[in-house]
Design a protein around this ligand. Structure first.
Ligand code: NAP
Length: 312
């Protein structure tokens, strides 16, 4: 257990956090980023990124690696640990971690992203890792030549379903409405994919199997008709919940638990900033996170300077 002092502590190593780290270090702020897994956040598990300017096609893991290396070149320190709590001690912001370390900083940037939503139906938990998955890149390969189901109708569900057509004999998107939420450009590609099928207006009521997933219990929400669909796997991409609960002080949030910030990415608690998917905003893209991270780091720098001015 050690107590360490920094100007800025960044919690979470997705694109927002890594960008904040790059800008913070480049501005000569003593900056550390704490991430419990590998840096990269959700993009580390994304097969292909095609909407990040300057890269027509790049794998998510490669983009994550490039961002990490770039930030490190400017002096960003990256620590592998889990942040357990953030709280205020006068003008200091304290960050505690699972390994027992304590970080004392002037500003904290929350870049904690979110966790996947669950269907919350019988069998989902029991068969997680046995045919229920929340990561196509991690698990797609296990279901070669099998029928794969995908729950959801947003960008993530449709993109990951297309990726899974590399493995499955076919991939069936099961969506609770009759229209996808995904962007039109992604929909158009999906409708052209011969290995993708759609079941509309339908919810998954049960996940069934023995030692692994064998079928899904479905219900058409318009007709009420119930059916059984034989599948080898079900991937769930139905949005996510923000990881916004590590700050002891009460932060203003929206109804979904996303942290509210002003245009400087400042939360309702001075010296605590938020960027990327944990922040309330219209869209959650890599580009947004990167912009947020830039603003959060520059605003932190100005805030820290104002503290120095106050004390001198
Ligand atoms: P999302 O856009 O919130 O979509 C969630 C989908 O899951 C919706 O279609 C929703 O249905 C469905 N859903 C939610 N709860 C459900 C439930 N309990 N049962 C069944 N279906 C349920 O989430 P996302 O696709 O994870 O995307 C999150 C953000 O990341 C978005 O801003 C997205 O644009 C971004 N993203 C972008 C890309 C890209 O390539 N540019 C890739 C991935 C993600 P309804 O439509 O009926 O609400």
């Amino acid at each position: 257990m050690a107590e360490k002092e920094y100007d800025i502590v960044i919690v979470g190593g997705g694109p927002g956090g890594l960008t904040a780290g790059l800008y913070g270090s480049r501005a000569n702020m003593k900056t550390v980023l704490i991430e419990k897994y590998m840096p990269g956040g959700q993009i580390a598990n994304t097969e292909e990124v095609e909407d990040y300017p300057g890269f027509e096609h790049i794998s998510g893991s490669e983009l994550a690696m490039k961002m990490t290396e770039h930030a490190k070149k400017f002096g960003l320190e990256i620590v592998s640990d889990e942040v357990t709590e953030v709280y205020c001690d006068g003008d200091d912001r304290i960050v505690t971690t699972a390994s027992g370390d304590i970080y004392r900083a002037k500003a904290v940037i929350l870049s904690t992203g979110g966790s996947p939503n669950k269907l919350n139906v019988p069998g989902e938990q029991e068969f997680t890792g046995k045919g229920v998955s929340y990561c196509a890149i991690c698990d797609g390969n296990f279901f070669k030549d099998q029928v794969i189901a995908m729950a959801g109708g947003g960008d993530a569900a449709v993109e990951e379903a297309m990726y899974l057509t590399k493995f499955g004999s076919k991939v069936i998107i099961i969506h609770r409405r009759d229209q996808l939420r995904a962007q039109k450009v992604i929909q158009d590609r999906a409708f052209r994919n011969p290995k993708l099928e759609f079941i509309w207006d339908t919810i998954i009521e049960t996940v069934n199997g023995d030692d692994k997933v064998k079928s899904l219990g479905l219900k058409n929400v318009k007709t009420g008709e119930k059916s059984i669909l034989d599948v080898g796997a079900i991937f769930v991409f139905i949005g996510f919940v923000p990881n916004s609960n590590i700050v002891r002080e009460t932060l203003d949030k929206d109804a979904g638990g996303y942290i509210l910030t002003n245009s400087h990415m400042q939360t309702s608690v001075k010296g605590i900033y938020a960027c990327g998917d944990v922040r309330a905003q219209l869209v959650r893209q890599i580009t947004n996170a990167v912009g947020d991270g830039t603003t959060a780091a520059m605003a932190s720098e100005k805030y820290i300077e104002s503290l120095h001015d106050k004390s001198s």
